[in-house]
Design a protein around this ligand. Sequence first.
Ligand code: ATP
Length: 766
Amino acid sequence: MSALRGSFNFLWDITRPLGQGATSMVYKGRNKNTGEEVAVKVFTTAGNMRPRDVQMREYTVMRKLNHSNIVGLLGIEDEQGTNNKVIIMELSTLGSLYNMLEEPQNSFGLEEEEFLRVVNHVVSGIRHLRENGIAHRDIKPGNILRYKGDDGRSIYKLTDFGAARELEEEEQFMSLYGTEEYLHPDVYERAVLRSPTRHKFTAKVDLWSLGVTFYQVATGQLPFKPFGGRKNREKMFEIVRKKESGVISGVQKTEGGEINWSRSLPATCRHSSGLKLLVTPLLAGLLETDPQKVWSFDTFFKEVDDITSKVKINVFCPQTWACLNIYIDTEDKLTQLQEFIAMQTEIPSNKQLLIFDGLLLQESVSTMTPINQYPKSISETNPVFVFSSIAEVGRFCKPIVPEFPRITLNMTLEHDYPLTKMCAALGCFLHKEVELYNTKQELMRRAVYVNVHELYHECGHLVDYNQHLERNFKTVIFWKDNFLKTVEREREMLEFIRDDSSELFDFESKTKNQCEKRENEIRIMKDNTKKTLDTLQKEQLKDKQLLKSWSDDLGCTKEDRCVSKVGVILESVLRIKNQFQEDRKKASLNFNEEQIHKYDKNKLAEMCMQLRSLFMDHCHSNAKRQFEEFQNWHRQALKWRKTRDDIEKDMVNLFENMEAFIGQLNELCQQHDTCVQKIIRNVKEKSYRTRGGHSDLEGAQNPPLDPKDKTSGPQEKKKHRHVKTLIGSLIQRMDESRSSLYEVKSEIDTTKSMLESSILKSILQR
Ligand SMILES: Nc1ncnc2c1ncn2[C@@H]1O[C@H](COP(=O)(O)OP(=O)(O)OP(=O)(O)O)[C@@H](O)[C@H]1O
């Protein structure tokens, strides 16, 4: 009989099925007219024996649906020769999610990004089903197919609508469909245990199946497992029935043993703690059986939208040796980001130092920048680094690596394959772990550089502030000197025209004393600050001591090629696994095959040991040493940061003291002005009185004197003229020295505002 079968428009080859279900075989086929590759679902006798309305339902449902996350229907045709209906669908060359989970690299679940893609796509498909009032009733990884998108990323689509029917959310049904492990407890009780129950079911049973599916995609394991598996049905029912709200898995590890309940995902699930925080409540909500607490589809869609709309910010914390993925709302700001970091690192927000691209994160974003406007260059390899200002934060934890199975040499072809499969799964797990260890060790090196870079950058700021402060100080002192000179000069001048100058003398000596005292205090502060700054500048900016005290040779290096080494061993493990899969299909092995099988098994045991040793004795111990050295190094870094902060505080203090000095000088200037004005007024009055009512000062300001003035004799006139000239030049010189004082003052104001803005900016960023 030919291997080619056909319908009006399609041909298919029945020798190599793509898959097999309870009611059908699915083959790869082609459109006779266009050559397009398709999948052809051909029903087996069991499938064709189903009532006609049940058979028709699959076609009706598929015809109704049209969505990028639902396998597209290309036609329903009659098979030539048998006239049986066949369903022609979009072909998936990548298989189902079930096939994916069977691959050793996915034995502990899909990677974070892929997992989220599955959730996103499957939920979009389910939403389309709900919009069309359809319940799937057989959701499981085997019914989710994988396609390759134009951009190379996977697209997941729901398939197999053999159990699907039109059903509103609360509408009830009695018929039994589905696959044991994914059945809602009520359906399980009726379908598997065949207990007569009064329960009727609604479309919401799909939510439970989704919960089981998502748990399996995240961990590679089914959530509810009785000892002995599928056949231990009573126990399985007990587990799903007894499960409390919030519990997401229940496993019985030994015969008749206790059930291990868990409210969290297992440690072998490689997702970040950030994602686990979101996924755990989602699973708990889906796996809810209490009718009062069961979610509606709307709640479920809302919860998923909430997760999938979040932005991921990659953060690396060297002190806890953790790569964090912070999932955060797009409109959230820095404060929320810091709270999430605090939750996952136990470093309180006010103790966090966030550095990105070698500078404070706050230099790239403001506190009000929404997360979706954060630099797009933040990634796994270029994360935000978080350091704590407290030295002791985390310990280096023992890795969670499942033990390799014990390999014994007695020959059972039946058991050897699952054994190698487990070894391959663990090998893949270790491969990923070694990759992660290498990435983290590289990030530790980067952490040192970004920390130092940021510190040196900050020290550079201090050097700038210091220059401003020095300039400011000089100007203030210049002003002070000028002021004191003015005071002295004016006192001398006024002494000349006035006999009693004790008031001015007292003012001058008081001012001198106050100014000198203040100047000395500020100078000492300034010199001390400068001294510490010079040490910081010399030891760090010049000699780069902190940088030199770190060695990049710590930890696994590129030359060690750890990832490649594990990869090479893993290749051999996978080859043996494939060989054992072939051996298992044979009834028995011939002598040579048996020898090779034995040799491979020995080799497998050896390779498992090598893998473990490479990881534990090399990567793990290297990473641990590097981590410990980092902690020591970081203590040094914190010391220098403290020195920097202290200098900054001193500078702010110095700045405030200079401010106070300027204030004091202003005050003294005013006092002096008042005093001088008072004396001049007295002199004027005295002179006025002596000249019978005419002020000399007025004359000095508005020369010349009236030559026709006959009120005084020539001697008198000569004296008056002399006094007038003197007072005139005195006022002019006083004005000159004041205007130079004002120039100095305005320079002080400029430097002051420059200083204020730079110091304030730096303090605010902290
Ligand atoms: N469009 C497709 N492209 C590639 N492979 C497919 C396609 N549709 C189905 N398959 C493969 O065929 C298998 C069986 O298909 P399907 O689940 O539709 O059959 P079924 O008889 O309804 O199975 P079930 O036992 O789940 O009721 C799938 O698990 C998958 O591996």
